[in-house]
Write a protein that binds this ligand. Structure first.
Ligand SMILES: NC(=O)c1ccc[n+]([C@@H]2O[C@H](COP(=O)([O-])OP(=O)(O)OC[C@H]3O[C@@H](n4cnc5c(N)ncnc54)[C@H](OP(=O)(O)O)[C@@H]3O)[C@@H](O)[C@H]2O)c1
Length: 220
């Protein structure tokens, strides 16, 4: 439902021609709930903004959460050479999702160069990412503060590289594209913690650590 705020509810009324699609039969309901969050952001930044091409070197920094877990799969599916940073416990997950090499972000970034860097948590930023970017490289800051957003709007091109920020628009064509990617074998949501509604406070506490694997789903 996008960034509208609101509450948790068991039922939601939605226009038939609104942001709703039949759930692919290949998904469980938990996977269906997890499907769009992360996947839409990854496709927006990798395809629409950074225009990732086959054979390019992609670094996903923060690679095993909702956005990163989708980005690894989609990057791999698009034919990129995929590198990832993750905490050591998540290295096997990152590899299983398509990373060719994985390093621990707490030991610093991998050496590069990269054609596209998806900085999921904004933990690199322009200063740290700049020496890692190949000529004509693109830095996508999925998490950016106001200064970085204004900076990328005023001065997106820097030394031949691009800095991209913003939020992904939730649209039906973008949702249909993600379903098509799933049907082509390029994306399946990563199910992390699945909790009952009674554990909603715990679910929020887990999500707010920003260290969960994949998507967190609450079952009603
Ligand atoms: N621009 C947009 O449109 C948009 C859309 C959706 C989300 N977001 C933003 O994107 C961010 C990530 O969302 P998410 O749902 O993917 O989060 P998430 O599921 O909690 O995943 C966070 C990921 O970041 C890693 N990480 C945590 N601290 C890190 C650090 N200091 N350096 C590098 N990696 C680190 C975690 O790895 P480990 O678990 O291995 O530590 C994990 O893989 C959030 O800030 C969210 O607000 C932006």
């Amino acid at each position: 439902m996008g960034f509208k705020g609101g509450a948790h509810a068991e039922y939601l009324t939605i226009r038939a021609d609104g942001l709703v699609l039949p759930m692919p039969e290949t998904l469980s309901f938990e996977q269906g709930a997890a499907f769009f969050f992360g996947g839409l952001t990854a496709t927006h930044f990798l395809i629409d903004r950074a225009r990732l091409a086959a054979g390019e070197r992609l670094l996903v920094a923060g690679a095993t959460g909702s956005v990163g877990g989708a980005a690894l799969q989609i990057g791999r599916h698009l034919g990129a050479q995929v590198s990832a940073t993750a905490s050591p416990g998540n290295h096997p997950l990152a590899r299983s999702l398509g990373a060719d090499q994985v390093t621990d972000y707490r030991k610093g970034p991998p050496p590069g160069p990269f054609d596209v860097i998806l900085d999921v948590m904004g933990s690199l930023g322009w200063q740290a990412a700049r020496p890692l970017l190949a000529p004509a490289g693109r830095l996508a800051l999925v998490t950016a503060d106001l200064g970085e957003m204004l900076g990328s709007a005023i001065r997106p091109r820097r030394y031949g590289r691009m800095v991209l920020t913003g939020t992904n628009p939730d649209t039906l064509p973008a949702m249909q594209r993600l379903v098509a990617l799933h049907q082509a074998g390029g994306y399946t949501p990563v199910l992390g913690p699945v909790l009952p509604f009674a554990d909603l406070a715990k679910a929020h506490a887990i999500a707010e650590t920003f260290h969960k694997p994949g998507n967190l789903v609450v079952v009603m």
